[in-house]
Design a protein around this ligand. Structure first.
Ligand SMILES: *[C@@H]1O[C@H](CO)[C@@H](O)[C@H](O)[C@H]1NC(C)=O
Ligand SMILES: *[C@@H]1O[C@H](CO)[C@@H](O)[C@H](O)[C@H]1NC(C)=O
Ligand SMILES: *[C@@H]1O[C@H](CO)[C@@H](O)[C@H](O)[C@H]1NC(C)=O
Ligand SMILES: *[C@@H]1O[C@H](CO)[C@@H](O)[C@H](O)[C@H]1NC(C)=O
Ligand SMILES: *[C@@H]1O[C@H](CO)[C@@H](O)[C@H](O)[C@H]1NC(C)=O
Length: 954
């Protein structure tokens, strides 16, 4: 299939070349004019060696440094020639330009606009003297993959801000804007650019925090070091979510907080430079998970505790470490005090002064000693946030602990009752929770001004399942029952335990019901097969309920019958959800996914009808907003249909969603089970269902989706489905893929949703026989007839979705004439000739020669996916490959790809490192060459480029 396409493309390009031979050999007059103006503007045009007597840059023979595609200029490669002068104003008339290399010259003046260079893929403009950039520079650069503007004095007096137009360059992989006067906060929209793998923004005047929108970006290289001016602030938390990172330069900023422990899960990390920031806290000792790490710089922060021991040399001077040699632990007292500090989030005042290995010899603020032992901790009114560490219980000589007037919450560690010398524990005016452990009567415990301790049976205390009813509301001294002193430390969450047992009760109820249901179903299933043997062709309509209101695809009736297998998933997952501690969002209470109905009621304004987003098989989906502004979508099972199958669907969905996490699958944020309420909470997808944008854009007075967006959506869906099918050792089958289950974000990237019918294919079996589930119009024939579930039924549905993307027609529409009512059969009939195919393409799409190639490739793919025989359908992986080549215009890099990504630690990078080191602390980095494209792309012979671009030979 892929081979077939290549043959087709090569054939097409040969055809077009021959056809265009009338004009071949004559350069497009407009392109010549731009080149001529370019030459005339230069102070030293002779360096180009362009002939003056020949007006035909595209030759033959070609002018030096110019490559053409037919009569149009496709590349200009003049790097490192010493050229000086401006670029022509109308540079963007070179509309077929794909690749431009101007780096390392002395070009100057204002950059011309690149607006509308929609074929441009590679733009190397770094290391010149361009001193201004027009505001429309980035408009419409829809093919851009690599852009470097490094080391240009752009808008020097005012700085400049990256325009959001760049977000249209959805395929951008490499963005390098080092030292070019970017100002203001890091652009939020870069977080939507999911192809970005290299982001270099060092030596600008960027400020503020690393935006949360960058979370999960597939970056491999991230350089944000050495901002001038106020510098970057905030924590490293977002970085820890970028799991592909190899090379991280954040040095020379004002970053704060500890290194998040999850950063040690970035297993590809080879280089991590954090020096010259305001980072605090313990550095994890255990770096063994970072097998690739070769370079680490920690110096000039406020790191504390022991210096980590690693196998290579690294920098760590000028911190608050307790020892001066790596690998040596701190004294027990220091360890305990640092644990205390960790629980109050390392306030910078203390982090700066608690340094070294002797809290008594040096001046640790708030710590006093007697006879060489820590006896007083005196930290009142410091706005300390967090909890009290049980490690204080190890400081055996403590006499006086004064922590009044802070924001401490949680319980008082039981360990502190072991302190033999303790006389005073002042925790007044905090937010301490009960139970208060039993202290000997010799200890004066001050607890006034803790609102949770005011009434004896506050809600918290009753929900913990302990029995602290006698915790004294009266301030100075509390005499608790001995029982509570046997309770766990604040860490052990006793709330979890009771929630666990509630679920266990639920299971006890569900399992027998499910078992009963499945026996019943087996019987039904058997009957069906038996019946089917008699009538070889059962009318599908006897099994499938048709939609009545076909104008609203969200209203299609779904049929699902669960069997034994799906129940067992549900219950297994049920338990694992219960024990899993996904730390995903603030929504997740006590480390799991349970959310209270109360919160969801207020988020949806008591399930107000104006918040309804849609109606699904078993429930209504509402839009909601949490008090912090986070938007959510809440699916509420209708209590009228709280049948066992609705419950199964509910459980199956939680089971699948809590197991699968992928950027092209809608993720679950939580769920809620209380009495008759069954609620699922998802991330909110602002643009809603794909079906809306395909079929109802006119009614909704919106824009139709462009072809590019449709291709991206197809690719996103394919990726999500591929992941679902091949997740780890398990295979989930969606069974209800359709355009109303594909949701779009504000960036029009797609996520697959609605896993209510998903099921796990059992190990070692390729198919499961089951009763029908899904939506008519998307159902694979063998599934409709035999109920056999394989991955290929999803592939079929995916094919139908592709057809919908191509035609803008619904999978099934009773209002259409007989022959076109069922999209699949009509499409397969029509796509056989080019003319017919053209006639059924969505009229909202502008069909050009360029995009018709990709349209026909996708039409071909759709046909294969929806092939009648399951074994003729490809895997989702194949669909991903085909679509990725179209949507991302991937092309192989030659062997120095590594170098191009800047990862190679050999020659050029080491030079660069030295350059940076030399330049550290200054802004003079002119000795460093950053956009070292080494010509692998630019130097590609023109003929090679031509054979890959089929559509520009006219
Ligand atoms: C950096 O930007 C700030 C505003 O955020 C400005 O006040 C300052 O002058 C700029 N610094 C430099 C060196 O351009
Ligand atoms: C490092 O820590 C991980 C978990 O934190 C543990 O599984 C592993 O054994 C530790 N390795 C060493 C060498 O201590
Ligand atoms: C570390 O640095 C020391 C002194 O600079 C040097 O002798 C040693 O070979 C280095 N070790 C490694 C592993 O690079
Ligand atoms: C504690 O949190 C409050 C509110 O978020 C903040 O203003 C305060 O600075 C924090 N205290 C410390 C010591 O970081
Ligand atoms: C509490 O104290 C005991 C001994 O007093 C110690 O063994 C235990 O590790 C402490 N727990 C914590 C969490 O520090």
């Amino acid at each position: 299939m892929a081979l077939g396409n290549w043959i087709k493309i090569v054939f097409l390009s040969v055809f077009l070349c021959c056809f265009g031979s009338v004009v071949f050999g004559t350069t497009d007059a407009g392109d010549y004019a731009v080149l001529d103006e370019f030459r005339k503007g230069l102070a030293n045009p002779e360096l180009l060696k362009w002939p003056t007597n020949n007006r035909d840059p595209c030759g033959p023979p070609l002018w030096p440094h110019v490559f053409c595609s037919g009569s149009r200029v496709a590349q200009i490669q003049v790097q490192n020639l010493g050229l000086s002068g401006p670029l022509p104003r109308d540079f963007n008339k070179l509309s077929m330009l794909t690749n431009i290399g101007l780096q390392r010259n002395n070009f100057s003046g204002k950059l011309p606009s690149f607006s509308g260079l929609s074929n441009l893929q590679y733009a190397y403009l770094g290391n010149n003297q361009f001193d201004a950039i027009p505001s429309d520079f980035f408009v419409g650069l829809t093919s851009l993959q690599v852009l470097s503007l490094d080391m240009n004095p752009l808008n020097q007096s005012t700085g400049w801000v990256l325009p959001p137009d760049l977000a249209d360059s959805a395929q951008l992989m490499n963005l390098s804007l080092v030292g070019c006067n970017l100002a203001g906060p890091l652009p939020e929209f870069l977080g939507t650019m999911h192809s970005l793998s290299v982001l270099k923004l060092s030596y600008n005047n960027l400020t503020g925090t690393i935006p949360a929108s960058y979370s999960g970006l597939p970056l491999q290289i991230l350089w944000l070091n050495n901002q001038i001016g106020p510098k970057l602030t905030g924590s490293l938390d977002v970085i820890a979510s970028m799991t592909m990172l190899k090379d991280v330069w954040l040095h020379g900023n004002q970053l704060t907080g500890p290194i998040p422990s999850s950063i040690w899960g970035l297993t590809s990390l080879t280089r991590l430079w954090l020096n010259n920031n305001l980072l605090v806290g313990l550095v994890p000792q255990n770096l063994t998970s970072l097998l690739q790490l070769q370079s680490l710089q920690l110096d000039n922060n406020m790191f504390m505790g022991p210096i980590p021991k690693v196998s290579f040399n690294f920098t760590y001077a000028y911190n608050s470490f307790c020892q001066s040699t790596p690998g040596i632990p701190c004294s027990p007292e220091v360890t305990a005090l640092l644990e205390f500090l960790e629980r109050v989030n390392y306030p910078s005042k203390l982090a700066a002064s608690w340094s070294g290995n002797d809290p008594c010899a040096s001046l640790w603020s708030g710590v006093s000693c007697f006879d060489g032992k820590v006896s007083v901790i005196n930290l009142p009114n410091l706005q300390l946030n967090g909890t009290i560490s049980p490690s204080l219980g190890k400081l055996n000589d403590l006499v006086d602990v004064r922590l009044g007037g802070n924001n401490l919450d949680g319980m008082i560690p039981v360990n502190m009752t072991n302190l033999k010398l303790l006389k005073t524990l002042d925790l007044s005016s905090n937010n301490i929770s009960p139970p208060v452990p039993h202290f000997p009567s010799s200890v004066k415990v001050l607890l006034d001004g803790n609102k949770l301790l005011v009434t004896a049976s506050s809600p918290e205390s009753s929900s913990t399942g302990n029995s602290p009813s006698d915790s004294s509301p009266n301030n100075t001294q509390s005499h608790n029952s001995p029982r509570s002193s046997g309770s766990s430390s604040p860490d052990a969450n006793s709330g979890n335990r009771s929630r666990g047992s509630r679920k266990l009760n639920l299971l006890i109820v569900i399992v027998p019901i499910a078992f009963g249901v499945s026996i019943f179903l087996l019987a039904v299933l058997f009957l069906c097969f038996w019946k089917r043997r008699k009538s070889a062709f059962p009318a599908p309509s006897s099994i499938v309920v048709h939609p009545r209101d076909s104008s609203n695809p969200d209203n299609l009736v779904k049929i699902v019958v669960a069997n034994n297998a799906s129940n067992s998933i549900a219950t297994n997952e049920w338990q694992s959800i219960n024990s899993s501690h996904t730390s995903d969002t603030h929504l997740i209470e006590s480390g799991n996914l349970v959310i209270s109905v109360q919160v969801l009621r207020s988020a949806t304004r008591n399930f107000a009808s104006e918040n309804v987003l849609g109606k699904g098989g078993f429930g209504v989906v509402y839009k909601g907003e949490l008090h912090d502004g986070t938007m959510i979508a809440v699916k509420r099972m209708e209590s009228a249909v709280l049948s066992s199958k609705a419950l199964d669907e509910f459980h199956a969905e939680i089971a699948v969603l809590s197991k699968v996490r992928h950027r092209n699958l809608v993720s679950i944020l939580g769920y809620s089970i209380e009495e008759y309420e069954r609620l699922l909470v998802y991330e909110y997808m602002p643009q809603g269902a794909l079906s809306k944008h395909l079929f109802r854009w006119k009614q909704l007075e919106s824009e139709p989706l462009s072809w590019k967006k449709r291709m991206n959506i197809a690719l996103d869906v394919a990726r999500g489905m591929e992941y679902l099918h091949n997740l780890a050792h398990q295979c989930f089958i969606h069974r209800d893929l359709k355009s109303s289950n594909i949701l779009l974000g504000d960036d029009y990237r797609a996520k697959v949703s609605d896993f209510g019918l998903a099921k796990l294919a059992p190990d070692g079996k390729n198919s499961v026989a089951t009763r029908l589930a899904g939506t008519f119009g998307y159902l694979a024939p063998e599934y409709a007839v035999t109920g056999k579930v394989t991955k290929k039924i999803d592939v079929f549905s995916f094919g139908v979705v592709l057809m919908e993307l191509l035609t803008g027609l619904m999978a099934l529409d009773e209002n259409r004439p007989e022959e076109s009512r069922y999209l699949v059969s009509w499409f397969c009939q029509m796509k056989t000739t080019k003319e017919n195919l053209k006639s059924i393409i969505d009229p909202a799409l502008v069909v050009t020669d360029e995009n018709f190639d990709s349209i026909s490739i996708i039409a071909e793919l759709a046909g294969h996916c929806a092939a009648r025989e399951p074994q003729q359908r490809p895997d989702m992986g194949h669909a991903v490959n085909v679509l990725a080549q179209l949507a991302e215009k991937w092309r192989p890099m030659s062997d120095d790809q590594d170098e191009y990504l800047g990862i190679d630690l050999q020659q050029p990078l080491l030079q660069m490192v030295k350059g940076w080191q030399a330049a550290d602390g200054t802004t003079d980095v002119s000795s460093v060459s950053l956009d070292d494209s080494k010509g692998s792309i630019p130097a590609r012979p023109a003929g090679f480029a031509e054979s890959f671009t089929s559509s520009d030979g006219r």
